[in-house]
Design a protein around this ligand. Structure first.
Ligand code: GAR
Length: 320
């Protein structure tokens, strides 16, 4: 599998950036650093990145609108070919426009146990509150500051005599461990069968009157009652005599099935036993799953098997 390209944004020292760069030197690391960019041309981390042969870019934000500066950074990141943006001590609040261009694709490390102590002065605030632990969190960046879903956290014990500086140094040891590991796992989450199943489950069970029921060892999704429900999807993991991960959904019939196999044989195949009755397998292990497409398929398959009464209700709901 090709490595995922990441751009790291820094404003200062760049010790987290260094941890990310050195972790990426391991052959089995899932990401590689394609760019280190900064809003501060004097950021110390830039020299280290250059010495390690990584492309750098710096553009001061001084005198610029936030959105204009973000657009300059976005351009540089796009040119580098990065798939993800990793904030490592990037001390600028990003505009909503920028964040919306990278949905689910910007990660940040924050020096507190979120949701506690968003913003600045996190260590002093933890000390002042008499907390037993400080810590760090890796989270997905959303437009609300330090508010996106937390992917990982490490608690760091507060010791007698700690000052904000001493505590900050210890928390950084924890940051340097957690950030590369969390990033590496996050960028390959779409290859993790459990993560994929969770996505399928949440989309399938959001459809009306659905439930999950195992079928020959595979998770299956049905519409209707527990007793008489009908399957509209199966999640296949090395099942039904084929290695890999796929979603089985019901087509309108053999013609549609044949057309799909013809148009995109890399994405679709006819599943053993099930193919004969109009089911099609949509691969979920290609590494670039289009989740909207999967969502459409689940809804379509649901319609094929759902009772007419439910389909009618859904049609009415869809009109609004
Ligand atoms: C890190 O401790 C990081 O948690 C913090 O800045 C430091 C940067 O250090 N980030 C924030 O406070 C973001 N809100 P580094 O430049 O040595 O990696």
């Amino acid at each position: 599998m090709d490595k995922i390209q990441v751009a790291i944004l820094i404003s200062g020292k760049g010790t987290n950036m260094a941890a990310l760069i050195y972790a990426a030197k391991q052959d089995d690391c899932s990401y590689e650093v394609t760019l280190v960019a900064s809003n501060n041309p004097k950021a110390e981390g830039l020299a280290l990145a250059e010495a390690e042969g990584i492309q750098t870019f710096a553009h001061s934000h001084k005198g610029m609108d936030r959105a204009d500066h973000d657009a300059v950074m976005h351009d540089a990141i796009m040119k580098s070919g990065a798939d993800y943006v990793v904030l490592a001590g990037y001390m600028r609040i990003l505009s909503e426009e920028f964040i919306c261009k990278w949905p689910g694709k910007i990660l940040n490390i924050h020096p507190s146990l979120l949701p506690k102590y968003k913003g600045l002065d996190t260590f002093q605030r933890a000390l002042d509150a008499g907390d037993s632990h400080a810590g760090c969190s890796v989270h997905i960046v959303t437009p609300e500051l330090d508010d996106g879903p937390v992917l990982a956290q490490t608690e760091v014990a507060i010791m007698d005599g700690d000052t904000a500086e001493i505590l900050a140094r210890r928390v950084q040891y924890a940051e340097h461990q957690i950030y590369p590991k969390t990033l590496a796992a996050y960028v390959t989450r779409e290859q993790d069968p459990d993560w994929i199943l969770e996505q399928i489950r949440s989309i399938a069970l959001a459809l009306p009157e659905t439930h999950e029921k195992e079928s020959f060892g595979a998770p299956g999704f049905r519409v209707g009652t527990q007793k008489t429900g009908k399957y509209f999807a199966y999640f296949s993991r090395d099942h039904f005599e084929r290695k890999g991960i796929a979603l089985f959904v019901k087509t309108s019939g053999r013609d549609e099935q044949a057309a799909l196999l013809d148009v995109d044989p890399d994405l679709y195949y006819s599943p053993k036993f099930y193919g004969a009755s109009g089911w099609i397998a949509v691969r979920l292990d290609t590494g670039d799953t289009d989740w909207e497409h999967i969502s459409d398929w689940l809804a379509k398959s649901w319609r094929v098997v759902a009772p007419k009464r439910l389909v009618k209700l859904q049609d009415i709901a869809d009109e609004f």
